[in-house]
Ligand binder design. Structure first.
Ligand SMILES: Nc1ncnc2c1ncn2[C@@H]1O[C@H](COP(=O)(O)OP(=O)(O)OP(=O)(O)O)[C@@H](O)[C@H]1O
Ligand SMILES: [Mg+2]
Length: 362
């Protein structure tokens, strides 16, 4: 069990600053997912927690004790890498037992611990095989087993499902979540896959360029992104964005002749930005209709992506293509005239210069 506290952590590789004043508290038993683009600093942050990387300055505390100067072996934290990194010449049993040999646990206890963890992970039948005889999913189960066998205070996972195919990822994702709940352990998980992050996390931490962008529950990050980077990084298809002008209650997209009428309740919560505003609306907030109606603007469909459960329909308005999530078959083809409205309750306004969300108190 562990609470992990990261305080003012800076990390430089030479002149290159990779972590910029990172502050984060991970509660005991929490499942935290670090999400971000390649090079954002996710792996570096995880390795710093584990002690596989030193920090340039700042503190890392585990259960209130400073550990930033302690070796990895003295932090009681386990780490699962993307690339399995199993010992190919050892059997599954020997691979899982390896960390227990390192602490000189006796053979009987070792055997018991290995069996227990293998049963939890449903790989007991493979204990006498070599890793090369296993499927990708089973190899990753062995890697997780090896990390868990010492009953670490916290389990850190760096893109552990990265090399698996989509179906197996989905299955392993559910297993990792179940394991986390069953063990009551503290888990920190790195991914650049936002669906994986949404489905696993109690809280998501979004890192970009070494700077923490937002920390929050999945729905919070999705519904109330603090800035345009988070808004565009989370959600698929990506949020629609366009420069806008607000005149009274009229919200007009870049280059469009007609505007959308937004109510006072919405516009009164939007703060002024000197540089102007960027509007952000997710595809589910772009509402299409077959007939003219209050607040609707006429548009023509330009592309349709049928996805089975729903369609993504593109419409052109001024210089902007808006992507709308509609019921399957709602629109029959390209070049069709429809009407569009934006749901003001789900509209975001960002400062064009800073990207900050200018709605409400955030
Ligand atoms: N040992 C190192 N020496 C020098 N630079 C490094 C080292 N490790 C990482 N970096 C740099 O630090 C930055 C952050 O890397 P990091 O691996 O933490 O990102 P990441 O978010 O995990 O990316 P990815 O999604 O690609 O795994 C990158 O610019 C990387 O080139
Ligand atoms: Mg990485």
């Amino acid at each position: 069990m562990a609470q992990i506290d990261i305080q003012n952590v800076q990390k430089f590789f030479g002149q290159h600053q990779v972590l910029k004043d990172l502050n984060l508290t991970i509660e005991d038993g929490e499942f935290v997912v670090m999400l971000g683009q390649s090079g954002g600093g996710k792996t570096t942050a995880l390795r710093a927690i584990a002690g596989l990387e030193t920090v340039t300055s700042g503190k890392i505390l585990i259960n209130g004790e400073e550990v930033q100067n302690r070796k990895a072996a003295d932090r009681d934290i386990a780490f699962v890498f993307q690339s399995f990194s199993l010992y190919p010449h050892m059997t599954v049993r020997e691979n899982i037992a390896f960390p227990l040999r390192a602490v000189r646990m006796n053979a009987a206890d070792r055997d018991r611990a290995v069996k227990a963890v293998a049963e939890t992970l449903q790989i007991a039948q493979h204990l006498d095989r070599k890793p090369s005889a296993l499927s990708g999913g089973d190899m990753q189960r062995v890697a997780i087993g090896r990390a868990l066998v010492r009953r670490p205070q916290a389990l850190l996972m760096d893109e552990p499902l990265g090399v698996l195919d989509a179906k197996l990822r989905e299955q392993m994702r559910a297993e990792i979540k179940r394991l986390h709940i069953a063990r009551g352990s503290t888990s920190v998980y790195v991914t650049h896959d936002q669906i994986e992050a949404m489905s696993l996390a109690d809280r998501i931490v979004i890192l970009h360029d070494g700077v923490l962008q937002q920390v929050g529950a999945p729905d919070q990050v999705y519904l109330q992104p603090t800035n345009l980077f988070v808004a565009k990084f989370v959600g698929s298809p990506v949020m629609n964005v366009s420069d806008v002008r607000i005149d009274g209650n009229n919200v007009r997209l870049n280059g469009a002749e007609a505007g959308f009428r937004f109510p006072d309740e919405t516009l009164s919560t939007v703060r002024h930005a000197e540089a102007g505003l960027t509007l952000g609306v997710r595809p589910e907030a772009v509402l299409l209709a077959h007939h003219q109606g209050e607040g609707y603007v006429p548009v023509v469909t330009t592309n349709i992506e049928p996805l089975g459960s729903h369609d993504i329909v593109d419409v052109q308005l001024g210089g902007t293509v808006l992507r709308s999530r509609t019921a399957s078959g709602f629109v029959s083809g390209e070049g069709q005239q429809v009407w569009v409205r934006l749901d003001p309750a789900q509209a975001h306004f960002f400062d064009k210069a800073t990207g900050l969300n200018m709605r409400g108190a955030n």
